[in-house]
Design a protein around this ligand. Structure first.
Ligand code: BMP
Length: 258
């Protein structure tokens, strides 16, 4: 039973959303559980990272609102590269407002996130209305609920995380998993994405706290490791991505369920 939930094709079959099924399949096909957090501030750099690191990742995570020269061609190009290298796009917008507002933030404005993002995320803080309205706005994207954060002194409590799980279970046709620093659900169809991963640093001096790839995947039960500056600021980002991908995936295969 333990190994069964580590079996990616088994998990793909259990997926309740098209996007989580796709992610499990990509993880299996490319043998990677690395998500690149491409936190750069111009389109050229973003597309260059996507093109060069694309072969080693299953997910590329963006913060499109930090891109100075963003326009719809940024997304079109990103979609083409995602298709070419077989990864999915995750916009880390962290919706956290009333349903009426988030549905506009999701579909409208400059970024029109719903037109290109496979994965989005939301804080469960406002209550289930946030999930309902995001889903009504566009159910083709899959949503991750932020059940835990990696930052020092964050206000999330075990009770909050438990309530997050309940909200996810009640909306599992749209919620595909969690942003978390530990395994929140033992249900194999939910994905756990864990940020705060670095091989070299313990923190960034701005609240971020890091664990190593093997710690998050083997000890904390992460499915997917999110790595930003550990790759983007490395002397050789492609070489660094390969190391994170290798450590992450060997940890995933070796891990027993926690
Ligand atoms: P880095 O590996 O450079 O520290 O970047 C981490 C990324 O993950 C950032 O894009 C940040 O917004 C995101 N993140 C995080 O670090 N901690 C969380 O709890 C949730 C996040 O989305």
């Amino acid at each position: 039973h333990c190994m069964k939930t580590r079996d990616l094709m088994e998990r793909a079959k259990l997926a309740k959303h098209e996007v989580s099924r796709k992610i499990f399949e990509v993880m299996y096909q490319k043998q990677t559980n690395l998500c690149l957090s491409a936190d750069v501030t111009n389109s050229k750099e973003l597309l260059h990272l996507a093109e060069s690191i694309g072969p080693y990742i299953c997910v590329l995570k963006t913060h499109v609102d930090i891109i100075e020269d963003f326009d719809q061609s940024t997304c079109r190009n990103l979609l083409n590269i995602a298709h070419k290298h077989n990864f999915v796009l995750f916009e880390d917008r962290k919706f956290a407002d009333i349903g009426h507002t988030v549905s506009k933030q999701f579909t409208g404005g400059m970024f029109r996130i719903s037109e290109w993002a496979d994965v989005i995320n939301a804080h469960p803080l406002p209550g289930p209305g946030i999930i309902k309205e995001l889903k009504n706005a566009n159910k083709r994207s899959g949503c991750l609920l932020i059940g835990e954060m990696s930052t020092n002194g964050n206000l999330i409590t075990p009770a909050y995380t438990k309530a997050t799980l309940k909200m996810a279970e009640e909306n599992d046709d749209f919620v595909i998993g969690f942003i978390s620093t530990s395994r929140i659900s033992h249900d194999p169809h939910f994905l756990h994405f864990t940020p705060g991963v670095s091989l070299d640093c313990k923190g960034d001096g701005k609240g971020q706290q890091y664990l190593t790839p093997s710690e998050v995947v083997s000890k904390r039960g992460a499915d997917i490791l999110i790595v930003g500056r550990g790759i983007t600021l490395a002397h050789d980002p492609v070489a660094a991505a390969k190391v994170y991908a290798q450590e992450g995936f060997s940890g995933y295969l070796a891990a027993v369920d926690v």
